[in-house]
Design a protein around this ligand. Structure first.
Ligand SMILES: [Zn+2]
Ligand SMILES: [Zn+2]
Length: 152
């Protein structure tokens, strides 16, 4: 997924931890905004909806037992090998990490700016507010994607 993320607009250092504490992520530069995806892959991976904020690789420090899963021909998803907490999604050729906001206490205050695959959301998890919204067809018309009909 690449949803027009612009990493590196804020330089406040953040520290995040997985549920068991084995993985620590230190972020130097990040975009203090949340973006949400409701596509079939994100629904399966998260069990509900996918939310992220973008962080550039400069100054990013990752410690602990990270497991990477090749989720598509163009991206990987990472999780803690001990407790299974989701950590990030990263597209090939895109330097930015899409980090899970729940790992970072400071991210609780980030505003929601974008929601995609709105027509594929779990109905109770559609989000209110004035942020940008795109349906599946609107998003897939101009971004790389994995068709949900092709999932196992
Ligand atoms: Zn863990
Ligand atoms: Zn998605």
């Amino acid at each position: 997924m690449s949803i027009e993320a612009q990493a590196g607009t804020t330089s406040t250092a953040l520290v995040g931890r997985c549920l068991c504490g084995a993985v620590t992520i230190r972020v130097a530069e990040h975009d203090p905004e949340l973006r949400v995806c409701h596509c079939a892959m994100c629904r399966r991976w998260t069990g509900s909806l996918y939310a992220m904020f973008a962080a550039g690789p400069e100054g990013l420090e990752i410690d602990g037992p990270v497991t990477r899963y090749r989720s598509s021909a163009f991206s990987e998803r990472a999780f803690c090998g001990s407790c299974g907490s989701h950590l990030w999604l990263r597209d090939d050729g895109d330097e930015a990490y899409e980090l899970m906001p729940g790992l970072f206490e400071a991210a609780r205050a980030f505003p929601l700016v974008s929601e995609i695959y709105t027509d594929r959301a779990i109905a109770a998890l559609r989000l209110p507010g004035e942020h940008t919204r795109h349906t599946r067809s609107e998003y897939e018309a101009c971004n790389p994607f994995v068709s949900e009909e092709d999932l196992p």
